[in-house]
Design a protein around this ligand. Structure first.
Ligand code: F6R
Length: 614
């Protein structure tokens, strides 16, 4: 998504703003801009560039503007093409108000018509420019920021986090937040503002997360914070431990590779963490022991990779604690009837804890007074703040757009949770619970060993071959089907190779027509003998039509290993943990293919890490 960054203080702003944008560039990168107030006469200055942040850096070398108050932006286009005119900052008519915005103003068309009628002149196709003009009009009427903002937020529909600076008021920066994230790092005579605190990691550990539906007037040494109803809000300043060097690539070519390798440690950390919260987990989750003992259905909600993790976890909950589980795509959830069930809870999965579709789903659930729990990687996220309770993975921050360690730690946490619920319901013993924790640690080892077995020169040879394909088919059965979905997503997003995914039994109902000698099919195996035999039959159907097959198979699955053109072999683990065991190798192979194709692996085109618009 878009990133907003701002600085006000005793130093110059450009260095921090540009570094903050660069740290958060994973959020969006179609165009970028920087704006500041001239240190001598407060004139509003700006430079904007199309394309990656690097282009803005180059332009700023030619026009080296700077000032004590400055804002910056990287854009992930929603309204209007990626171009200099649509890059942020956007301005009012007089170009004395400069604004950077993350989010979407849903009623921008109606507002623009009214503003055009009253004589405002627009220079971009963005929804953001509407905010600048509307604020210009309202500030002229109200003459105070508070009055103008209170009126402004009454007009704006949608999600937004924006920062505004004004030529006439150099000592203050205006921040407004509804649904999109925004936080302030509090320094000594200086304030750092950003969509994500990673922007100011290492500069201060004091952070104010703007509450939802709030606005702030930020001075270099003071903040005034208000709710959208005008009441002053308390300053809930949090101390966080965050340093930037934790997020360097540490010798790896890409963040994605670093994060693939971090999975073993992240799974260990997640198991360690969950075993320490063992007794108080229901308190953390905002539920009671009694409600868990009576639980008779579970609802899981998420998008993309988080949805795939939820889909795999359905098998955990239904097998381990025998609770019927429904999995909802968060982006569809709001359009579906919501059947309130007794003795149930909703668990929203999100690495970032900021995904707009998932958040909106959570808000709908909350509005029906149903229990909503967040499973996330970020303890300071909006989802943690807005849910009844939470359960945390310990993946650490993920920088590469493609999720890797967040997926494996979500599976870890959900496998653990399924056992913890089973224990509460007296379906399993404490000994079995401890055994489940050990199984997770073993799988973490298997995951890493599988990558090590196919180290880079070997994997590169495979990657060269796969890089020739434009289309592929992905198949799985039972728990390996949602894993195949995740694998197909990874290949598409980082290598830009099209992959369609089906439950293997569906092949003969249509997609088999695609199979010929030029089609590659990936098959993800299962350790259950019946499921395995059916998969082998499906592979035979492909081979009979001269299709090529790559199998992710378990040791001793001789029939599959013999029949497949290429096989990647995984040691035996608990069958429910088969997908987790395959995760590292699958990610590593697709990473190698993307590398072979020279794709921008950490920042695939058109994608952003934190999807804060619906
Ligand atoms: C794919 C990927 C996305 C995210 C999705 C949800 O690699 O990263 O599909 O999984 O955008 O994001 P979170 O988990 O942050 O809610």
């Amino acid at each position: 998504m878009c990133t907003v960054v701002g600085y006000i203080g005793r130093g110059y702003s450009r260095e921090f703003v540009m570094e903050g944008l660069s740290r958060l560039e994973y959020r969006g990168y179609d165009s970028a801009g920087f704006s500041c107030l001239h240190p001598d006469d407060n004139r509003l200055l700006y430079v904007k560039a199309e394309g990656k942040l690097h282009n803005l850096v180059t332009k700023l070398e030619d026009s080296p503007i700077d000032g004590f108050t400055g804002i910056g932006h990287t854009r992930w286009s929603t309204h209007g093409a990626s171009s200099v005119k649509n890059a942020h900052p956007q301005f009012d008519c007089e170009r004395t108000i400069s604004i950077v915005h993350n989010g979407i103003i849903e009623n921008h068309r109606e507002l623009k018509v009214k503003l055009l009628e009253s004589g405002h002149v627009f220079h971009s196709d963005t929804d953001t420019e509407i905010i600048a003009h509307l604020f210009e009009a309202l500030y002229k009427t109200h003459k105070t920021f508070k009055g103008a903002i209170l009126d402004l937020v009454g007009y704006l529909q949608g999600a937004y986090a924006f920062i505004t600076i004004l030529q006439d008021k150099p000592d203050v920066m205006l921040l407004v937040r509804k649904r999109s994230p925004l936080c302030v790092g509090i320094g000594d005579g200086e304030m750092y503002v950003a969509s994500d605190m990673l922007a100011f990691a290492g500069k201060t550990n004091k952070v104010l997360f703007l509450p939802d539906e709030s606005f702030a007037l930020v001075h270099k040494d003071m903040i005034e914070l208000y709710h959208f109803d005008g009441t002053p809000l308390p300053m809930n300043i949090q101390e966080v431990e965050l340093t930037w060097d934790m997020y360097e690539k540490q010798g790896h070519d890409h963040y994605m590779l670093k994060e693939i390798y971090e999975q073993k440690g992240a799974i260990h950390d997640t198991v360690d963490f969950l075993s320490t919260v063992h007794d108080r987990v229901w308190d953390d989750m905002g539920v009671t022991e009694q409600s868990i003992a009576q639980l008779d259905s579970i609802n899981l909600l998420g998008c993309g990779t988080s949805w795939h993790a939820a889909y795999i976890a359905k098998f955990f909950f239904e097998t381990i604690c025998m609770i019927p589980t429904r999995v909802h795509l968060a982006s569809e959830f709001r359009h579906m009837p919501l059947f309130a069930q007794k003795n149930s809870f909703y668990l929203a999965l999100s690495q970032s804890g900021e995904t707009a579709d998932t958040l909106e789903g959570m808000r709908l659930i909350k509005s029906m007074a149903l229990p909503i729990i967040a499973l996330t990687n970020v303890s300071s996220s909006t989802m943690v703040r807005e849910s009844d309770g939470f359960i945390l993975t310990q993946a650490g921050r993920e920088i590469a757009v493609a999720s890797t360690k967040s997926f494996s730690t979500q599976l870890t946490a959900l496998y653990w949770l399924a056992h913890r619920i089973a224990l509460e319901k007296k379906i399993i013993t404490s000994k079995k619970m401890q055994q489940a924790e050990k199984e997770l640690l073993v799988v973490a080892e298997v995951l890493e060993n599988c990558i090590e077995n196919y180290r880079m020169p070997i994997m590169q040879t495979y990657a060269k071959e796969y890089a020739q394909y434009k289309n592929m088919i992905f198949l799985g059965r039972h728990i390996s089907y949602p894993f195949a979905l995740e694998a197909a997503l990874k290949l598409k997003e980082i290598a830009y190779i099209f992959a369609t995914c089906y439950p293997a039994g569906e092949l003969k109902h249509g997609p088999l027509a695609l199979v010929d000698e030029g089609m590659m099919t990936f098959v993800f195996s299962h350790q259950d003998p019946l499921v395995y035999q059916k998969l082998v039959s499906n592979v035979q159907e492909i081979k009979a039509r001269k299709g090529k097959v790559t199998a992710f198979a378990f040791e001793d699955q001789k029939q599959l290993l013999d029949i497949a053109d290429v096989s990647f072999i995984i040691p035996h683990v608990n069958p429910l943990l088969g997908p987790l065991a395959m995760t590292g190798l699958m990610q590593f192979l697709f990473y190698a293919i993307a590398k072979e194709l020279d794709r921008p692996i950490d920042k695939p085109r058109n994608l952003a890490k934190s999807v804060t618009v619906e």
